[in-house]
Design a protein around this ligand. Structure first.
Ligand code: SAH
Ligand code: SF4
Length: 357
């Protein structure tokens, strides 16, 4: 069966044209999928009966199932472990900031990059998600909000910071962004979508050349090649000089700044020397640094930096003209660091349960 969420609007037009139906009907279907957010293909108003029959025979609206959902004690964060059609599980987090919702979504089941401190990296790569499985997480969060009777029930921001490396699953990720931002559908503002990458230089250049206006975040974590490769093993293939060149190209092409992410690990990459190193690395670049105290994971012995070290780090990078913000990973008590819930549920065998929420 075809999962219709896998199709961009132009692809849906093409699919229906192949069956002999005009773009008008593709428009009706698109509206039903993304404006009305129908849950089934039955009874979509305005479709020709022969098209409805064709859809029923060939297509589906595949939705993930909730394997587990947990509320954080902060009251603003809910984490979902979602089961896909083949049994793979992925994580989606819903965060509330005042009356706005942000969905943190996954682009792969597992991840091939193996960052040593990351729970997803520790579990290895399972598979890429399809565009529909990426978009489906946003629709899922929307439905969960609608189901809970909230009036302001739509996700406004999306961060691709769940499981997986979005630029390793380039085509599907770009299709998903295209679907999320389509002006006849969900119509999300591209600047409200943040794509976080471990920093694949060739893919960053490719992205710079696309008509894709999302906010880019690059995970840096270290300011020398050797230190970076110790945290992100494949980074030994992408020297920092090459990565920074690609970032400069992106900033020039897109005319926007890049967020750099720095997971702060006590005594490891939070020292004054490291702060000076990242300051001089990013100096002159249209950059903003997000520092994130490490969220400890079972497979890595490091500890989060303490606040005085975080503040000192920020003060030093500020001397180089680099603004920074401390980001706490929300919902640490519910394992909201990427990959941690799936890792835990595999240990405890709890994936088949839906926790009371
Ligand atoms: N693969 C992409 C996006 C997913 S990870 C990337 O690496 O950028 C999103 C962010 O969470 C990255 O900056 C990553 O380094 C960070 N992260 C992963 N595990 C973490 C942990 N245990 N503590 C703090 N930050 C973590
Ligand atoms: Fe993959 Fe990002 Fe985790 Fe690294 S931090 S293993 S790239 S998900």
């Amino acid at each position: 069966m075809l999962n219709l969420y896998d199709y961009r609007r132009d692809q849906l037009v093409e699919l229906l044209a192949g069956w002999g139906f005009s773009a008008y009907y593709a428009g009706i279907l698109w509206d039903a999928l993304y404006r009305q957010q129908v849950e089934s293909l039955d009874g979509i108003a305005g479709l020709r009966p022969d098209l409805a029959a064709r859809l029923a025979a060939t297509s589906t609206l595949r939705q993930p199932q909730t394997a587990l959902s947990l509320d954080s004690r902060d009251g603003h964060t809910r984490k979902f472990l979602l089961r896909l059609a083949d049994g793979q599980t992925i994580e989606t987090v819903r965060m509330r900031y005042r009356d706005r919702y942000t969905a943190c979504i996954s682009t792969q089941a597992g991840c091939a990059m193996g960052c040593v401190f990351c729970a997803t990296g520790q579990m290895g790569f399972q598979r890429h998600l399809t565009p529909g499985e990426i978009v489906g997480q946003v629709l899922f969060v929307n439905r969960a909000l609608a189901g809970s009777g909230r009036t302001e029930s739509a996700v406004r921001n999306v961060v691709l910071m769940g499981m997986g490396e979005p630029l390793h699953n380039y085509e599907a990720t770009l299709s998903a962004i295209n679907i999320l931002t389509d002006d006849k559908g969900l119509a999300m503002a591209p600047r409200h979508i943040t794509l976080s990458t471990v920093g694949l230089p060739a893919a960053i250049r490719r992205l710079a050349d696309e008509d894709c206006r999302v906010q880019l975040a690059v995970s840096l974590h270290a300011a020398s090649d050797a230190e970076r490769a110790a945290l992100i093993p494949p980074a030994r293939r992408w020297p920092l000089a090459e990565l920074l060149d690609a970032c400069r190209y992106y900033i020039a092409r897109r005319g926007r700044r890049i967020f750099f992410e720095w997971t702060l690990i006590a005594g490891k990459n939070d020292t004054p020397a490291q702060a000076h190193a990242v300051g001089s690395l990013l100096q002159g670049l249209n950059a903003h640094l997000n520092v994130i105290p490490l969220n400890p994971t079972p497979g890595y012995g490091g500890a989060p930096s303490q606040m005085p070290a975080v503040r000192q780090f920020q003060q030093i990078v500020a001397e180089y003209g680099i603004p920074s913000t401390v980001r706490q990973r929300r919902g640490i008590d519910i394992a909201a660091g990427c990959g941690q819930l799936r890792a835990q549920s595999q240990e405890t065998g709890a994936v088949s349960e839906t926790a009371p929420v």
